[in-house]
Design a protein around this ligand. Sequence first.
Ligand SMILES: [Cu+2]
Length: 155
Amino acid sequence: MNARRFGMGLSLLMLASVSTAGAAPALPAKGEPCQPVIESPWVRSAPPGAASLAAYLVLRNPCGSDIEVVGVESLDFGMPMMHRTVEENGMSRMRPAGRLVLAPGESLRFEPGGLHLMLMRPLRPLADGDVARLRLVLADGRRLFAKFPVRRSAP
Ligand SMILES: [Cu+2]
């Protein structure tokens, strides 16, 4: 354990010496990097055999820098996507949401009629009271996992 601690101290020293070589000396990060927060997650229930479901949440960025969401992954769906509902020529259509950037302190609502998670190809039946497992993919490679309760209406 002492040897391990010594090793960690040594690598921190090496990092420090690398960063002071640059123009702006960086403070060493303490603990885990700041994480965006998923709030009020839910999946709207659909009749058995539905080809897709939709999920909603609020994503909050309490961190000091931008976060960028680039996609969604799930163990429960073969093809989860991020969509936005838009009005075109009086018709409501869904488009890929692309990359989503949240500034520090900003919140982003995924809600019916707007931004949503489109969950294509359910891999198992999901009824009221079940829980879907989803994670958002950030541009830096981190994943934000949350359990999404399946329900008829917003919590
Ligand atoms: Cu959609």
